[in-house]
Structures are given as structure tokens and as C-alpha cells.
Design a protein around this ligand. Structure first.
Ligand SMILES: O=C(O)CCC(=O)C(=O)O
Ligand SMILES: [Fe+2]
Length: 222
């Protein structure tokens, strides 16, 4: 049971939950603008910038377990897995716990775990079009992205594009990585991409997982 800070507003406003669930069911993705608490975004942004300045981030790779590989031609961010170290992280994770509960109640998804990392994209970095999970390896079910950048200018770049599940060439939405914005989509079917950023770009990417360990095979967490 998460102990809430007295009088702290919820990080993800409860009023967004019904919209989020409807959008996931109808189109497979949800975008909310200004739905994350500004104070928590600012604290998380400061924490990530501090890590970036201290070189306390790891180059992000693709693939999990033994297949993990660094591919600068595919993604150029640097990451740090959330570890509950700060109050802001604990509040963000508590909000994702509430979201997990709401998704399980409404959609019977059996989500049992959430993993998330900070991501710092230096100028010029991007993440090519991809899916977050592959069919048949039922692990990541729902993806979330929370954006942390204050005052993102129109020409800042770094937008995330979402493509139609049934037509990966058709763009259906794009989100500016401005603080407060939040995206949520089906990990197995929704292609998405991060355009090259012009400014340092901060986000938290996270995934709700189902337990995918089968027949004694270990399912690597990351
Ligand atoms: O930061 C974003 O907008 C999305 C990142 C992403 O797609 C991922 O980390 O899998
Ligand atoms: Fe992704």
C-alpha cells in the first residue's frame, strides 16, 4: 500500500482515466496534454538533468537479455531505470500503480508489473520507428511515456509520432515532449518513433507487463 503525501495532488489526474481507457479500447492509443502534475514533472526533470550532467546514465540499447545491443543508428538516448530513490519517482510510480489497477479492472488485462526508465535524448538523438513488444513473447502489454521538458518550443523537434496499428505508414498522432503530456498505447501493435530532437529531451518510458515466464524459461525483465 502506497502512503500518499498529505494533500499532494495525484500525479495523473483521475478524471483522465475513463478517457484513457476508452481511447485504448477504441484506437489502441491515448494522448493527454497537461495531464501530469507540474511539480512532479519539474522534480523528475531536475533529477534526470542532474544525472545527465554527472554522466550517471547508461547508453540505451535494443533487445532484452542476451540479445541486448547498442545501436546508435536506431536509438540515441541514455537511460536510468526508476529505483524509487526520490519522492518524485515514488509519486510517479504510485500513479502508474493506480493506472495499472484501473486497466486491470476495466479491461481484465492481468497486468502484474511495471518497469520504467528515465530517458535523456541529447541534441540530434532519435528513436526509429519500432514496436515495444513482439507478439508471441507476451511481456510488455501497455506502454506509457511521460514527458518532462518545461517550455518546449515549436521548433524543438523530438516529437513522438504514433502510427496506425493496421497501417504502419500512416501517422495518426504526434506529441510534443512538453512537461505534463502523457502517452499510453498497446505495446504489441502500435508503431511509434521519436523524431530527432534539437534540444536535450527528457521523458520516462514505462511498460506494464504480464508474467511471461513459461515452462521454466526465465523471462528477462529488461
Ligand atoms: O520518449 C518517447 O517519446 C518514446 C520512447 C520510446 O518509444 C521507447 O523508449 O520505447
Ligand atoms: Fe517505444
Amino acid at each position: 500500500m502506497q502512503i500518499a503525501t498529505p494533500n499532494a495532488p495525484p500525479v495523473l489526474s483521475p478524471a483522465t482515466l475513463p478517457h484513457l481507457i476508452d481511447a485504448l479500447v477504441e484506437q489502441g492509443w491515448y494522448l493527454g496534454e497537461g495531464v501530469l502534475d507540474a511539480g512532479v514533472c519539474a522534480a523528475l526533470h531536475a533529477e534526470l538533468c542532474d544525472r545527465a550532467e554527472r554522466d550517471a546514465l547508461a547508453a540505451a540499447g535494443i533487445g532484452r537479455g542476451n540479445e541486448h545491443a547498442l545501436r546508435r543508428d536506431i536509438r540515441g538516448d541514455a537511460i536510468h531505470w526508476l529505483d524509487r530513490e526520490s519522492q518524485a519517482q515514488r509519486r510517479y510510480l504510485a500513479a502508474m500503480g493506480e493506472l495499472q489497477h484501473a486497466l486491470n479492472q476495466a479491461l481484465f488485462l492481468g497486468l502484474f508489473e511495471y518497469e520504467a526508465h528515465f530517458a535523456h535524448y541529447p541534441p540530434g538523438a532519435f528513436y526509429r520507428k519500432h514496436l515495444d513488444s513482439f507478439r508471441g513473447r507476451a511481456n510488455r502489454v501497455i506502454s506509457t511515456v511521460g514527458y518532462l521538458n518545461p517550455d518546449w518550443p515549436e521548433d524543438g523537434g523530438g516529437e513522438m509520432l504514433i502510427f496506425a496499428p493496421d497501417d504502419p505508414e500512416r501517422e495518426v498522432a504526434r506529441v510534443r515532449p512538453a512537461a505534463g503530456n502523457f502517452a499510453c498505447f498497446l505495446s504489441e501493435t502500435v508503431p511509434h518513433e521519436v523524431l530527432p530532437t534539437r534540444l536535450p529531451r527528457a521523458s520516462i518510458a514505462g511498460w506494464f507487463r504480464r508474467n511471461a515466464s513459461l515452462g521454466g524459461l526465465v523471462d528477462p525483465a529488461r
